[in-house]
Write a new protein. Structure first.
Length: 314
């Protein structure tokens, strides 16, 4: 298995929902007997995953809160048009900002407040100056390098949409709604038994909320909210053609401001989740995914969670 971009073709009659959500075609599938049971080259090319997930705890938790369920739909596009387009857009914004020096100057006046007997400064005008730091030729060269660099990367985008119930089932007294979204690139580090050992890096965010039932404490908080914005690092280790495991960590910048705050008081949870993930590939196109989620230091009060996912891949 090697990393190489695969040609993008139009799906004909396969999972219209994917076309709606991702607005991008996937590679045509070969449904021969050999392809169905020859193992899966999951990280070797272009594919989509669509899975239904059920879980409890890990991300949303607080001391004294009843377990909170996380049920939803997870969609992955690997080595596809949308992930490359987003990375290109972000890169172009960075190049544009780096090509211009932005300076702001404000003019203030002193105002005396007779009620308090104090004088304070009030801004009366603000001037913004834009100075071009790079020539058009330099900017164009950087844009060309960006296009060439992104086209050679293995890119991916992953989104999970949570709803109170999936297929009429919710695994806990309280169920959440919201989203998780991440984007990044993958690199093959080595081969293990002719299968790729892969490091995925990127960034992402999440906003998930759920009503909360208090069992071990009294609180006026009626809803818990997960706030996440940060980085992502994931190491995939192949076991056989039909199974692989991964370890993922998502450092959260919101943790810096919420580390010492009690979620039962603020209603805000900001973990940097650590996930242990296992895939069982029943065929090339059908998989089971299980994961254990550690959403904070310790294993009590819902910090240790789990979920199970059943999905398909094209």
């Amino acid at each position: 298995m090697t990393y190489r971009p695969l040609p993008v073709r139009r799906l004909r009659g396969l999972l219209p929902l994917l076309l709606l959500l991702l607005a991008s075609p996937a590679g045509a599938a070969d449904f021969s007997w050999t392809s169905l049971f020859s193992g899966t080259g999951r990280h070797g090319g272009s594919f989509y995953e669509l899975g239904l997930t059920w879980g409890v705890g890990g991300l949303l938790h607080a001391q004294g809160a009843a377990p909170i369920g996380l049920t939803g739909v997870r969609v992955v596009q690997h080595q596809g048009f949308i992930s490359q387009l987003i990375l290109l857009a972000l890169g172009r914004v960075g190049i544009a900002l780096g090509a211009v020096d932005i300076q702001q100057e404000s003019e203030f006046e002193s105002v005396y407040d007779a009620r308090t007997g104090k004088t304070y400064q009030r801004e009366i005008s603000r001037t913004t100056t834009f100075t071009q730091k790079k020539s058009e030729g330099e900017v164009k060269a950087e844009l060309d390098d960006l296009d060439e660099g992104v086209s050679g990367l293995v890119t991916w985008i992953e989104a999970t949409v949570y709803a109170p119930k999936v297929l009429g089932f919710g695994p806990a007294p309280s169920s959440s709604e919201g989203y998780e979204l991440s984007l990044g690139v993958s690199f093959e580090l080595a081969k293990l038994n002719h299968l790729p050992l892969v490091l995925s890096v990127g960034g992402g965010g999440a906003n998930i909320r759920s009503p909360v039932t208090w069992t071990g404490t009294t609180s006026d908080v009626k809803e818990l909210t997960l706030e996440h914005l940060g980085l992502l690092a994931r190491l995939h280790v192949p076991l056989t053609r039909f199974a692989d495991v991964a370890l993922e960590w998502q450092p959260n910048v919101h943790t810096l401001t919420n580390l010492d705050k009690d979620a039962s008081v603020t209603g805000v949870v900001a973990p940097s989740p650590l996930r242990a993930i296992a895939y069982l590939h029943l065929t090339n196109y059908l998989y089971v995914r299980g994961q254990v989620v550690l959403g904070g230091l310790g294993f009590s009060d819902g910090r240790l969670g789990y979920n199970l996912e059943l999905g398909g891949r094209l």
